[in-house]
Design a protein around this ligand. Structure first.
Ligand code: MG
Length: 305
């Protein structure tokens, strides 16, 4: 039953990260043709932003080593955006050569994760991103900025809100159109989400430039999503079937499953444009390809009914 709740956005854009963030963090390597079909099926289910792959070096992320082949193979649907993660200037050149129109960069709010993931300090990583974002913008590309470890860091513990706001503002100042705030290890809770978003707004960041990226590691992803919606956030990241997690953080599996998010938003009468049944069929098919069941409660419930 749909029971709207006052004060929430009437429509939410789901930023689907399954093919990139999801498959990147699955141990199985999926064939390129299967990925292309996955992307096509996600678009058919009504998703309009589908992060497709990444140009990180193949030895870092062997699961996405076929990025160029996938981009050549996959069919694109009108009105759907297919962003690609780009780590550096070389990645941007590859993106431009392949006609990519939307890219994303991946920063860290903490020094330890910046060192471990990017092999640089936070300041050095921002220096690396600056020409990438500027070059992309010159060519008319849209750039999304990811900020990871916004709530807690497995090595540093809780992350100070002012530190997250400072790094996030820098990513926006570089020219990112949107900032996705990531709870990479899933430790955030609703009050913390509210306080972080309020701090961004108090610092002068319009809420429509913020997106949220929650992990369901501690079962908090939808409660955190509700807290974000209450503050006016209307872009939410999710991964079909709950694919993927974070290889750097032990046990930090659990991107929020797109099906769980769609069920939740449908119940609130919030438009997403996504056909839940079609999406569930896609995730069941992908679970077969990966040889393991989807961790999503909604996928399980709807597939057994
Ligand atoms: Mg994630």
């Amino acid at each position: 039953m749909r029971v709207p709740r006052p004060g929430l956005p009437s429509r939410v854009t789901i930023h689907e990260v399954g093919p990139r963030d999801g498959l990147q963090n699955e141990s199985a390597v999926v064939a390129t043709a299967v990925k292309a079909e996955f992307v096509a099926r996600l678009a058919e289910a009504g998703l309009t932003t589908i992060e497709t792959t990444s140009f990180v070096p193949a030895n870092w992320v062997p699961q996405l080593a076929d990025a160029e082949e996938l981009l050549r193979l996959m069919q694109r649907r009108a009105g759907v955006r297919y962003p690609v993660l780009v780590p550096n200037a070389r990645g941007l050149r590859r993106a431009l050569d392949l006609g990519v129109t939307d890219i994303a960069i991946f920063g860290s709010a903490t020094e330890t994760f910046a060192q471990r993931n990017l092999n640089r300090s936070v300041a050095e990583s921002l220096e690396m991103f600056a020409p990438v974002v500027a070059g992309a913008r010159e060519h008319g590309l849209d750039v999304r900025g990811y900020l990871s470890m916004c709530f807690g860091d497995p090595w540093e513990g809780p992350v100070a809100i002012d530190q997250v706001v400072r790094v996030g503002q820098r990513l926006l100042e570089l020219g990112c159109s949107q900032l996705s705030l990531g709870d990479t290890i899933g430790v955030g809770t609703a009050g913390h989400v509210r306080a972080l978003l309020e701090a961004f707004v108090a610092a002068g960041v319009p809420v429509d430039r913020l997106a949220v990226h929650f992990h369901d590691t501690y079962g908090q992803a939808l409660a955190n999503t509700l807290a974000a919606l209450e503050l006016g956030v209307s872009t939410v990241d999710a991964s079909a079937g709950g694919l993927g997690g974070c290889p750097y953080a032990k046990n930090a599996t659990g991107n929020l499953a797109t099906e769980d998010l769609v069920w939740f938003l449908d119940g609130l009468g919030i438009e997403t444009g996504v056909d839940l049944e079609s999406l569930v069929r896609t995730s069941l098919w992908m679970a077969d390809q990966l040889g393991r069941p989807s961790p999503s409660g909604v996928v399980r419930a709807l597939s057994s009914s």
